[in-house]
Design a protein around this ligand. Structure first.
Ligand code: SF4
Length: 442
């Protein structure tokens, strides 16, 4: 029997990418992926509601699929992920051509939901939240593609309720995944040729705290590092309030754990941090950065910054700029604040006008670009370890990979390097990457 075709479009974070891979794996006996919505028998849009812009894009995309459904009524259209969780049945009211609404914790029931739709039981809405993180061990299809890197979810949800964020409402409360499932998944990935894993969770630093007899995150890292053949471990995201010295030591001492930490600051003003409900002050944050750099001098830091949070005045904004200049992050991800349904800050007064948010964002970019450039230039003339991911997308003559500190490097070298750790001499840099040539294989 000919296989049916599925088109998947993923918005948002790495957790959504991970979930999309699992959805494809769950239905791989019946569906093969295709590149165009018009070829598909099933269209899944995996959504993000963290920023308003991403949510608007989802509604735009799914709205445009209406004409496909009109021509082919048997086409199944599913909206999954955080917008599905947040909006539930409302999606069917707004977009009546949608057949399936599946929250992030319900994706494991995708085959069952499809079977119900195919039996003519009408649209399915499943946005139930789980109390424990037991999921079938479903592995993505790596055959043929042989990726060097993979994501592994170790927990989901969040208990922190930052006032601007919808995650605790869309992904539920924090649940850690059993360590034996995490280890089994990574062992399987390594058997298929994966050399680097990135452990995912909204706040990996608090892994295992709510469950009985689970390891701490630092202990979990030590166990993962024992898996033979796994060359590198990364993780994201770390909440600054939960960053402890044990984890700092893991970054310094476990050879497989790369010296890069994404530590979202969000703002540099204590007044704004309090309004954001972040649970730390600028001084707490800077003290942790100082201690981390004492324990692990090689560490590269990246962060998230929100500008124009309700009530953010010029003097608060200037404190964010000072924070950037003091910490000197390798890279930042900066955003204009936007109201999100359910998040508490939506009800805050003193909203910052859009044009002022845009002005502040432009200043943040300008300040950070200079810092990133200077850090990139400091690599020139140094030899760095790079895990080779494949050919450079911009130039097939070159290889591409990342340093332990997560900088992209494009470099020349002999054939057959994919998946290897090599030493690269850095000879130049741009704003977003380094350039070099291979010195010696490990
Ligand atoms: S820590 Fe804050 S920003 Fe991060 S997911 Fe949880 S509530 Fe959202």
């Amino acid at each position: 029997m000919a296989m049916k075709k599925v088109f998947v479009r993923t918005f948002g974070c790495q957790m959504n990418e991970y979930d999309s891979e699992r959805m494809l794996a769950l239905i791989r006996d019946e569906y093969v992926p295709c590149q165009e919505p018009k070829e598909a028998d099933l269209i899944l849009v995996n959504t993000c509601s963290v920023r308003r812009k991403a949510e608007e894009k989802v509604y735009g995309l799914v709205g445009r699929l209406k004409h496909l459904k009109k021509n082919r009524p048997q086409l199944i259209i599913g909206v999954c992920g955080c917008v599905a969780q947040q909006e539930g049945e409302n999606i069917l009211k707004r977009l009546p051509h949608v057949d399936l609404v599946l929250g992030p914790q319900a994706i494991w029931r995708l085959p069952e939901a499809l079977a119900r739709i195919q039996r003519g039981e009408g649209p399915v809405v499943d946005v139930s939240l789980r109390k424990e993180f037991r999921q079938p061990l479903i592995f993505p299809e790596l055959n043929g593609t042989r990726p060097v890197k993979a994501y592994v979810t170790i927990m989901q949800g969040c208990d922190n309720f930052c006032s601007y964020c919808v995650v605790p409402y869309t992904r539920g409360r924090e649940i850690s995944r059993p360590p034996e499932d995490i280890l089994a998944e990574i062992e399987c990935l390594v058997r298929q040729g994966v050399k680097e894993v990135t452990l995912l969770g909204q706040n990996v630093n608090s892994y295992g705290r709510k469950e009985k007899n689970y390891p701490t995150f630092a202990e979990l890292l030590r166990e993962i590092a024992r898996i033979p053949g796994l060359l590198r471990i990364r993780f994201t995201t770390s909440h600054p309030k939960d960053l402890d010295e044990d984890l700092m030591r893991c970054l310094a001492e476990i050879p497989q754990v790369c010296e890069h930490l994404h530590l979202p600051a969000q703002a540099g003003s204590n007044r704004i941090l309090k309004l954001m409900n972040r649970g730390y002050t600028k001084e707490d944050y800077l003290a942790k950065v100082k201690r981390l750099r004492e324990i692990c001098p090689e560490i590269a830091l990246t962060t998230d910054i929100i500008v124009g949070f309700p009530g953010e005045r010029e003097e608060d904004f200037q404190e964010t700029i000072q924070l950037l200049q003091e910490v000197r992050y390798d890279e930042i991800f900066s955003f204009k604040y936007s109201d999100r349904p359910l998040a508490r800050a939506t009800r805050f007064e003193e909203k910052v006008p859009e044009e002022e948010k845009a002005r502040r964002l432009a200043i943040v970019h300008q300040v950070q670009e200079k810092i990133t450039r200077e850090i990139n230039e400091s690599y020139v003339g140094r030899e760095v370890e790079v895990l080779v991911e494949g050919k450079s997308p911009g130039n097939p003559e070159l290889w591409t990979g990342r340093t332990r500190t997560n900088h992209v490097v494009n470099f020349s070298g002999p054939a057959g390097l994919k998946g290897q750790l090599v030493h690269v001499l850095i000879e130049g840099c741009g704003q977003h990457s380094l350039r070099g040539r291979v010195r010696a294989n490990n």
